[in-house]
Design a protein around this ligand. Structure first.
Ligand SMILES: [Zn+2]
Ligand SMILES: [Zn+2]
Length: 275
């Protein structure tokens, strides 16, 4: 697979960088859009096909989903490139209600997406609280699995003020990308990322932010580096640095703990995952 970064600004868009949006091109030909913050749909019109993407959400803070109602408009009403079949949307259990309200004509109504989308939830009865390294015994059991085409998607619970997930995207040949979404430190991150080719990890906080960060919210660069080292990933990409943030400090922090390749995400970057 490869991943095109359509936007990676943390918490809100920056002047030259939309908020979170990552377009995955899978080897079976499908395109999966991972999060959809403000500005992402504009980039998708250049780099992808809004009429044919499947969409997955880590969580539903506006910087990760606010362009979605406009994607619904495209997939229903585009005169020549509307959705030709139902695609898949996977997100928190509240996604159908939350995004349905955001797409409706009146606050008391909920838009029903079932004409264009098969809506599924990451939440599953067997999603466990205890981190277990992702391997043959935990895949699909500790971390429940969904499929989009030939791609397997695994979720683990994140630590964040709203229902949030970390996501592992895996091809049949084992090529794997893990996305932290937004999360505070949790053992699930290194567990889910165990042995992954690429860890796309938020580091909202750099060195300038040390000491006074709100709890249960985000990671620092050092915490991202610790998770990458513990998981033994092949490559670390730091993302979700806000416009007022400290990207170089986050990068230095990650490098203190992780000695593999690490870099900052940037708009337009294309990342090849696996061979
Ligand atoms: Zn965010
Ligand atoms: Zn968030």
């Amino acid at each position: 697979m490869d991943m095109t970064i359509l936007g990676c600004s943390g918490s809100l868009s920056a002047p030259d960088n939309p908020a979170s949006g990552y377009l995955l091109r899978m080897s079976d030909g499908r395109e999966i859009l991972m999060d959809m913050g403000p500005g992402v749909l504009a980039g998708l019109q250049g780099d992808g096909d809004p009429g044919s993407v499947d969409v997955i959400f880590s969580h539903l803070h506006p910087d990760h989903c606010s362009d979605f109602p406009s994607l619904v408009v495209w997939q229903r009403f585009h005169p020549t490139h509307a959705a030709s079949s139902r695609h898949t949307m996977i997100g928190p259990s509240i996604a159908a209600l939350h995004l349905g309200r955001a797409s409706a004509d009146h606050p008391s109504r909920v838009d029903d997406f079932s004409d264009i989308l098969d809506v599924r939830s990451w939440r599953a009865p067997d999603l466990q609280d205890t981190p277990v390294a992702f391997d043959a015994s935990s895949r699909g059991t500790v971390y429940p699995v969904h499929h989009i085409g030939e791609t397997a998607l695994y979720a683990a619970p994140a630590v964040h003020p709203t229902e949030s997930y970390m996501i592992r995207v895996e091809e049949q040949d084992g090529s794997s990308l893990v996305y932290s979404g937004d999360t505070a430190a949790t053992g699930h991150l290194a567990a889910l990322a165990h042995g992954a080719d690429v860890l796309l990890c938020e580091a909202t906080w750099g060195e300038r932010d040390n000491g006074d960060n709100p709890p249960q919210m985000h990671l620092s660069g050092e915490e991202a580096g610790q998770a990458a080292a513990q998981a033994g990933v092949g490559r670390l990409i730091i993302t979700h640095v806000p416009p007022w943030g400290d990207p170089e400090g986050a990068l230095r922090g990650a490098r203190r703990y992780y000695d593999g390749p690490v870099e900052l995400a940037r708009r337009g970057m294309v990342v090849t995952v696996g061979s």
